[in-house]
Design a protein. Structure first.
Length: 126
């Protein structure tokens, strides 16, 4: 894999985890995307390990049923670090009330070691 493919593949696995519909699928997707001690940190969460990451994703999916995450723009990466935008989209009307920007650090095997997330757009009152 080229450097670009490595970053794009890691981010694709990241979105697979965030869009997994069941707890079982989510657990498998998180394990494929993150290292065992991988972390996820954003303004609302700071967790480590597969169970912690899966719990944060599950809570977001419960808060926004009928929504899915999709990338915004291209993945940009170098030296084991990638950045990308994303938005949370309604399956019903295509609206995207939440959007953000994440920076990920990859391990040597291409899985995510750490995510640093930023929220750019959130619903009023959140």
């Amino acid at each position: 894999m080229t450097g670009t493919e490595t970053y794009e593949s890691a981010v694709a696995r990241y979105f697979e985890a965030w869009n997994a519909s069941s707890a079982e699928e989510r657990g498998k997707a998180v394990a494929a995307a993150w290292t065992e001690d991988g972390t996820y940190t954003d303004p609302l969460a700071d967790v480590a390990g597969h169970d912690g990451v899966a719990a944060v994703i599950g809570a977001a999916r419960e808060q926004f049923p009928g929504f899915f995450f999709r990338p915004l723009g291209a993945v940009d990466g170098h030296h084991g670090i990638a950045r990308f935008g994303w938005e949370l989209v309604s399956e019903a009307d295509g609206g995207a009330p939440v959007a953000g920007f994440d920076v990920v650090q990859l391990a040597d095997d291409g899985r995510i070691r750490a995510v640093h997330g930023f929220l750019d757009r959130v619903p009023a009152g959140s």
